[in-house]
Unconditional design. Structure first.
Length: 283
C-alpha cells in the first residue's frame, strides 16, 4: 500500500511540473499582444454617421492634404488632435510620410511664417532653391500629385512633374545625326582611325557629339524645351504640355493653357512651379 502511494505522489509531481519556457510563454504572448494592439485609430465619419476605417494609402493622402492645405493655402482641414492622431497612426503602420526630413521641416516653417505675415526665416533665393530641391526629390510637402478641390472657390489644383523621358528623347535626332557624321567623317578624313574599333572612335568623339547636340537641340531645333506631365485636376487623366519654341515658332513660356485630352477642361500650367489649376463646378 505504501509503495502505491509513493508511485501516485510521483505521478502527480510529474503532471504538475512544466518546463521554465512553458511557464513563461503565456506571459510573453500576453505582453506581445498588448504591445501590438492599438488603443486609438484615425477614422472618418461616413455619410451614415458611422466611423469608417481608412487604408494606409488613404490615410497618407489625408495627411498630405492636411499639410499642404495648411501651409500653402492657410486652411486647417483637421484639428490639432486629429492631425496628431493621424500622424501617430501612420507612424505605427510604418509609413515614411509620418517622418519629415530637416529640409522639409525648414520649408514648412518658411511657408508658415510667410502665411502668418511674420519675418521671413530665409531669403527668397534660398526658399526657391530649397523648394526646387524638394520638388526634384519628389517631396510630399513640395509636390501634390493628387487633385485637390475647394468648395468655397470651386478651384481644383494639382502639381505636374517633369517628363524626363520625353525630355531626353528630344535630343535623339541631333545625337543620331552627329554620331553618323562623326563616324563617317573620321573614317573618310582620318586614315589612322580606320584601324580603330568603332566604339573607341565614338568614345573619343562623345564629348563633342553631346555638346553640339545639346546646343542644336536647345538653341536651334527648340528654344529652352521643357515637358511637364500630370493628372487633370477634374477627371484625373494624364496630360502633357510642352514649353519652349519649336524651329522659331513661339510656344508657351511662363504659363501654358491646354485642354484636358479626356474631359476637355481648360487647364492653366505654370512652368516655374508646375502648379495646375482649373475652374470646376462642384454642385
Amino acid at each position: 500500500m505504501t509503495s502505491w502511494l509513493v508511485v501516485l505522489a510521483a505521478l502527480l509531481r510529474v503532471a504538475a511540473w512544466a518546463p521554465p519556457a512553458a511557464r513563461r510563454a503565456p506571459r510573453r504572448v500576453a505582453l506581445r499582444a498588448a504591445a501590438t494592439e492599438k488603443t486609438d485609430e484615425f477614422t472618418v465619419i461616413g455619410n451614415d454617421g458611422k466611423r469608417v476605417s481608412l487604408s494606409k494609402g488613404e490615410k497618407e493622402r489625408v495627411f498630405i492634404d492636411a499639410i499642404q492645405s495648411y501651409y500653402f493655402d492657410g486652411r486647417q482641414v483637421l484639428s490639432d488632435a486629429d492631425f496628431d492622431l493621424l500622424k501617430e497612426d501612420l507612424a505605427w503602420e510604418g509609413s515614411e510620410y509620418a517622418v519629415l526630413s530637416r529640409n522639409e521641416t525648414r520649408f514648412l516653417g518658411a511657408m508658415g511664417a510667410y502665411s502668418r505675415g511674420e519675418e521671413p526665416i530665409m531669403s527668397d533665393d534660398e526658399f526657391d532653391a530649397l523648394k526646387a530641391s524638394l520638388k526634384a526629390q519628389g517631396s510630399i510637402v513640395a509636390c501634390s500629385t493628387e487633385p485637390r478641390c475647394f468648395l468655397d472657390t470651386g478651384i481644383c489644383s494639382v502639381t505636374f512633374t517633369p517628363d524626363r523621358f520625353r525630355g531626353l528623347v528630344l535630343y535623339l535626332p541631333a545625337i543620331s545625326v552627329l554620331t553618323l557624321l562623326w563616324t563617317g567623317g573620321t573614317y573618310e578624313l582620318i586614315s589612322a582611325s580606320r584601324g580603330l574599333n568603332p566604339l573607341i572612335t565614338l568614345l573619343i568623339g562623345s564629348p563633342l557629339i553631346v555638346s553640339v547636340a545639346q546646343y542644336l537641340t536647345e538653341q536651334v531645333l527648340f528654344k529652352d524645351p521643357f515637358i511637364a506631365q500630370g493628372p487633370c485636376p477634374d477627371c484625373g487623366a494624364n496630360n502633357r504640355l510642352f514649353f519652349g519654341d519649336i524651329l522659331g515658332v513661339e510656344g508657351f513660356q511662363a504659363e501654358g493653357d491646354v485642354q484636358c485630352s479626356n474631359c476637355k477642361t481648360a487647364l492653366k500650367v505654370s512652368r516655374d512651379t508646375l502648379r495646375v489649376s482649373c475652374k470646376k463646378a462642384l454642385f
